[in-house]
Design a protein around this ligand. Structure first.
Ligand code: EAX
Length: 333
């Protein structure tokens, strides 16, 4: 099955075909028994891409070249919702995505988007790599997708153009972009903002044109998408943890024999550790670089005030996701 992207594969820098670390000719790709088209929104230097490059190498090596993965980063094949729809259609085979659009496919997935649910990254890993996480990933089977593992986007922080954010009232009336995620929308409406759901691809221009006052994302996203060019302040609210599920099209998965499926699953779980480490390394390094680029970092916004202000949303959705599940997540040590 030929894709326009592949036709332009020879010239387009965005499409990386990596087999055991060597750039190869299309002939070799066609040699692969399973050549998978992967797509995601972030840039070449973001840990989504770096994780996927490592994953492609491991999978190729361990399947003796039977699986080749073409990585399309920087929204080359569309925004996250379009890519996940592509998995269902079988036009795209693999992705790493935020939970932004996933509630539209698996509503239970939004439980991880509850504000201040996870105490720290280790708490998140315990839950997501454990029975609760596996159960959540398993729910994608019903929508033509196979959930493989949870990689990381990171704890999300607020950026603004005109005024610093230290307490919830600093956000009142501001037009803040949120992911197309009903928990995030409710949380930011609760803070009195004009919470504006928008696909990531439209955000930079909307900030540049002043159509938005701010947005919220982890540091590696803020840095790699050069938001310092359109935003002045970063407030380290860490108001929600953002995991990044790795998903494969069920159509592609079902074509693979069990030994190849086993390698695909185990390698995705294994690469999570490496990918999360990259997020933490970048967070540390890039915060200093954002400061050097002229952004003002609000190191200690009043997190307790944000937690309290968002509590009604926590309770509203806790009822929906099931008090028991939310309690089990909170009690996970
Ligand atoms: O997955 O949409 C978002 O804010 C996400 O964090 C971004 O697309 C990376």
């Amino acid at each position: 099955m030929w894709y326009p992207a592949r036709v332009s594969w020879f010239i387009a820098p965005a499409a990386i075909c990596l087999v055991a670390g060597f750039l190869i000719s299309p002939a070799d790709i066609r040699a692969a028994e399973f050549d998978l088209v992967e797509a995601h929104t972030t840039t070449a230097e973001h840990p989504y891409t770096l994780g996927m490059v490592r994953y492609a190498q491991l999978v190729r090596e361990r399947t003796q070249g039977r699986v080749a993965i073409q990585i399309h980063h920087s929204r080359e094949l569309g925004d996250e919702r379009q890519v996940v729809e592509g998995l269902q259609l079988g036009t795209i085979h693999l992705t790493v995505t935020s939970t932004g659009p996933l509630g539209g496919f698996v509503p239970e997935m939004n439980v991880v988007d509850l504000p201040f649910l996870f105490r720290n990254p280790e708490h998140a890993y315990k839950v997501l790599d454990g029975e609760i996480g596996r159960n959540l990933l398993g729910r994608f089977d019903a929508v033509g997708i196979k959930g493989l593992a949870f990689w990381e986007n990171g704890f999300r922080h607020i950026t603004t153009a005109k005024s610093p954010v230290r307490v919830p009232s600093d956000l009142k009336g501001l037009k803040i972009r949120v992911m197309e995620n009903k928990v995030h929308q409710a949380a930011f409406r609760q803070l009195g903002t004009d919470a504006t759901p928008m696909a990531w691809g439209e955000v930079f221009t909307s900030l540049q044109q002043g159509l938005l006052d701010g947005q919220e994302n982890p540091i590696p996203i803020i840095y790699t998408f050069k938001l310092d060019e359109v935003q002045k302040y970063v407030s380290l609210t860490a108001h929600v943890y953002s995991p990044a599920p790795v998903l494969i099209s069920k159509k592609a998965w079902d074509r693979m024999p069990p030994d190849v499926q086993k390698i695909m699953l185990e390698a995705a779980v294994e690469v999570a550790k490496y990918q999360r480490g990259l997020i933490h390394d970048q967070e540390r390094k890039q915060l200093g670089e954002l400061k050097a680029k002229g952004m003002t970092i609000i190191e200690n916004p009043d997190q307790a005030a944000f937690r309290e202000a968002m509590q009604p949303v926590f309770e509203q959705f806790q009822a929906q996701f099931g008090k028991d599940l939310v309690q089990r997540i909170i009690n996970t040590k």
